[in-house]
Design a binder for this molecule. Structure first.
Ligand code: PAF
Length: 294
């Protein structure tokens, strides 16, 4: 595996892959890799000859009071994991290579960015869209893979890739979970042992609410119960629990199309997010549709 930190050698290496022929897949990450990231890499390897992984802790997607400084950085371990997984190239620019002095352009995706985490973390999705647009232009992959764990991020990137004619297939990969249902996240390292146990209240509350809604239960009541279950389970506060259209992420009040139940809640030093599909019974074959072709 080649590790590259500057744009010029990156372009040369990508041109080399192109000259050999075959598809290039990009897996963008902020490092602190876990089995969720490695599932993206494994899926990328099935779909492309060359897998490029980027590691860049993007300052533009962290708010002023968020955890940019504390975000886990484990370059040596990450590099070994990617090497072992058969990744062709690790793109690891520093902040100066990504945002040279004078950088002044921001990508903003309206509507799908605005609610949920967009409301709770102003500017976050502009930061994500900007860095992902840059990564797409730097690597020029055929496909790019993102975890469904960050479901709103995936929707924002799909919208951006379509709107800006990137011609890149965006693939969403299902969330990897611990045995008790907790979604894998680099931020789980912030949880103490006791909080880690309490954190399972989040996937449990979502699972219970999703089943109730799919079985025809009242949506508002299911959301209220899910919030109460998280607070009873040990979360200190709940930023949102919402049922949204799976494509547009606009809130829905009846289940007629595939929907997504999303939540964000705070426990100790961690803010955890999670989501599950909620599909009308007559459409349950539509549960799996992870790719948006250009
Ligand atoms: O999901 C992430 O790790 C980041 O938001 C991403 C997509 C790598 C952009 O910085």
């Amino acid at each position: 595996m080649q590790t590259i930190r500057q744009l010029k050698p990156l372009r040369k290496a990508i041109a080399g892959f192109r000259a050999e022929g075959g598809r290039i897949a990009l897996v963008p990450t902020m490092g602190a890799l876990h089995a969720g990231h490695m599932a993206l890499v494994a899926e990328a390897r099935k779909r492309a000859e060359y897998v490029v992984v980027s590691i860049f802790v993007n300052p533009k997607q962290f708010g002023p009071n968020e955890d940019f400084g504390a975000y886990p950085r484990r370059t040596a371990k990450d590099t070994a994991m990617l090497n072992e997984a058969g990744v062709a190239l690790l793109w690891m620019p520093d902040a100066e290579a990504m945002y040279p002095a004078g950088h002044a352009t921001s990508v903003s995706v309206r509507e799908v960015s605005e609610g949920l985490d967009g409301a709770a973390r102003p500017g976050h999705f502009d930061g994500v869209a900007t860095v992902v647009a840059k990564l797409f232009n730097q690597v020029r992959p055929d496909i790019a893979l993102f975890g469904e764990k960050d479901f709103q991020q995936l929707a924002v990137i799909r919208r951006m890739a379509a709107d800006l004619d990137f011609g890149i297939e965006i693939v969403g990969v299902p969330t990897e979970r611990e045995e008790d249902g907790l979604a894998l996240s680099s931020r789980n390292v912030y949880l103490t042992e006791a909080e880690r146990l309490q954190a399972r209240a989040l996937p449990r509350a979502l699972g219970t609410a999703a089943a109730a809604i799919e079985n025809g239960g009242d949506i508002a009541e299911a959301l209220t119960r899910a919030e109460a279950a998280m607070l009873e389970g040990g979360f200190e506060s709940v930023d949102y629990v919402a049922l949204c259209d799976a494509a547009t992420l606009q809130p829905v009040t009846s289940l007629e199309r595939p929907a997504r139940l999303l939540a964000a809640a705070r426990i100790g030093a961690a803010r955890l997010i999670d989501n599950v599909p909620v599909v009308p019974k007559n459409l349950s074959a539509m549960r799996v549709n992870h790719s948006s072709k250009p």
